[in-house]
Design a protein around this ligand. Structure first.
Ligand SMILES: Nc1nc2c(c(=O)[nH]1)N[C@H]1C(S)=C(S)[C@@H](COP(=O)(O)O)O[C@H]1N2
Ligand SMILES: [Mo]
Length: 531
């Protein structure tokens, strides 16, 4: 008997292959789960459900760190980290399967079970939220078994029986496995996993009710159209961003790992709480009413000084003020807690929704139905307040309440319960650290103080005097305002450019504040090199 091919522990190559089998089985578990989810309940995809649970369990400081370090790529970073952890675990489970197949199967079921429980706990998932993880786990266990079976080539150790007392079971060792058999089973599993991933993606895309309904939606004409844009809203300085932000370039910030797929046919908006009349509206109710068109610049509280989490669009919607007037809030109400279909909430001071500003339930953005990722079919837009306390996308519920009695998603995570937008300005041209030729340098940028209006922008070179920039035309006090300035005598060397805006209340504060808890402040400062 060839003693060299049989050992009491599995050969290293078999253990490595078993690890790979574990990784493939995990991939199959997740892709089959994703495919089943695409058919029964897209929100219940195991990996996405797990991601949601991880996000919810992440401490606020780590989220802030992730958001500030990775910006809008933070979700990708989350998924990559999760994939690394899952695949690492799967490698270990695969190796375990070689010697303890039952224990390994239990591990797969437990891991998938965690995903299933996470899916059931997710807002917006249905009765079958556990099914994708269960089916995925089943596929994973079978695949792991089949692959590892080709590596487990038990053979009696030559002296096992001699050592045994006779009562003890015979010991087994491992012969060198047949690589071709393993490769064949691993290839089959890999192909099935890839096919499931592709099918899941195709079905998921085809099944998006929201996308289809959006394509079919006929927008009504506004009862109150926005006045035409003044000719001169664009900065005279070439290179400053467009006054109206195209939908595809509009920043996107939300807690949704996959964009909620809301069917407008069954969508309703409920208004309740401290009101005399509860109200329920569907999309047709809203589209049948007199809609107003309004230009509003949205800003994220997480926008750093000089940052680009800000965008300006033409919105069409129903004034929230009118709906609240029908609901008749009680005198003690001071806040409206809006909730999206995926559980996000925002706390808006009631006066911002009942005064004469254009706070609306928006159904369109720049002349198109709301893009799905910007809140289709209906979102809130409230001039003057950061998005996290006002701009609820996929909104389904308004609870009229009190700040003393309820709190919103980000308030529970350390952010301020109120979020008026701070007056801000930024230099867009030249770019930070740019090289510019000496002489005349065109400088330009954007400033905003929503619902108050920008009255002045000033620019300072190095520690020189503040010089007044030329303001572009104002569309409304709710939109940003562009500006331009000519630096007449730029001399070679490194220079500092700084800008600051004024609103009717005075100059924007020089005090440097971080984004947490209620928005960044300070004067945008860049360095440029004059050649
Ligand atoms: N449902 C939902 N609505 C939401 C959010 C969210 O996480 N979920 N984020 C808010 C924040 S923080 C901002 S800044 C704006 C951004 O809107 P946008 O993605 O359309 O630019 O949406 C707000 N509405
Ligand atoms: Mo935000």
């Amino acid at each position: 008997m060839g003693v060299t091919t049989i050992s009491p522990t599995a050969p290293a190559t078999a253990r490595r292959s078993a690890g790979v089998a574990g990784v493939l089985a995990a991939a199959l578990t997740l892709t089959v789960g994703h495919l089943v989810a695409a058919i029964v309940d897209p929100d219940a995809s195991p990996f996405i459900a797990l991601g949601g649970a991880v996000v919810d369990a992440t401490p606020a400081w780590l989220k802030d760190f992730a958001a500030s370090t990775f910006g809008t790529a933070d979700k990708t970073v989350l998924f990559v980290c999760m994939a690394a952890v899952v695949l690492g675990l799967a490698y270990g489970v695969g190796r375990l399967a070689l010697t303890r197949p039952t224990a390994a199967a239990v591990c797969v079921v437990v891991l998938a079970g965690i995903c299933g429980v996470a899916a059931m706990g997710r807002a917006g998932t249905g009765m079958l939220a556990w099914l994708p993880s269960l089916v995925g786990a089943g596929a994973g266990v079978i695949a792991l078994r089949a692959m590892v079976e080709t590596l487990r080539t038990p053979a009696a150790l030559p002296d096992a029986d001699e050592d045994s007392t006779g009562a003890a079971p015979a010991q087994h060792g491992y012969a060198t496995p047949d690589r071709r058999e393993f490769m064949r089973s691993a290839t089959i599993v890999g192909v099935v996993a890839a096919a499931s991933a592709i099918a899941g993606a195709i079905i998921g895309a085809a099944r998006s009710t929201a996308q289809m309904a959006r394509d079919l939606l006929d927008l009504p004409a506004p009862a109150t159209p926005a006045p035409p844009l003044p000719e001169g809203v664009q900065s005279a300085t070439a290179g400053v961003g467009p006054f109206v932000t195209p939908n595809e370039d509009f920043y996107r910030i939300d807690t949704a790992l996959i964009v909620p797929d809301v069917d407008p046919a069954t969508w309703t908006l409920r208004v309740h709480g401290l009101v005399e009349n509860e109200i329920e509206l569907n999309l047709d109710d809203i589209l049948a009413r007199d809609l107003v068109e309004t230009r509003v610049t949205l800003t994220c509280v997480s926008n750093p000084v000089g940052g680009d989490l800000v965008g300006n669009a033409l919105w069409l919607g129903l004034p929230i003020r009118e709906v609240l007037a029908e609901a008749v809030p009680t005198a003690d109400a001071d806040m409206v807690l809006s909730r999206s279909v995926d559980g996000f909430t925002a706390s808006t001071p009631i006066e911002a929704l009942t005064d004469d500003r254009d706070a609306i339930f928006a159904v369109a953005m720049n002349g198109e139905p709301l893009p799905v990722e910007h809140g289709f079919p209906v979102r809130m837009v409230v001039p003057g307040l950061y998005g996290y306390v006002s701009a609820t996308k996929w909104v389904v519920d308004l609870e009229v309440t009190r700040f003393a009695d309820a709190s919103a998603y980000w308030t529970e995570r350390g952010w301020s319960e109120r979020g008026p937008i701070k007056t801000a300005s930024r230099i867009e041209v030249p770019r930070a650290s740019a090289h510019v030729p000496a002489g005349e340098v065109a400088v330009g940028g954007t400033a905003w103080a929503q619902h108050r209006g920008i009255t002045k922008v000033e620019v300072q070179v190095d520690d020189g005097p503040w010089e007044e920039a030329t303001l572009a035309d104002e569309a409304t006090v709710d939109t940003w305002r562009q500006w331009s300035w000519t630096w007449g005598d730029a001399e070679p060397g490194q220079h500092t450019l700084r800008c600051r805006a004024s609103d009717p209340d005075g100059v924007q504060t020089a005090t440097v504040a971080p984004v947490v808890p209620d928005g960044a402040s300070g004067w945008h400062t860049i360095y440029v090199y004059v050649d």
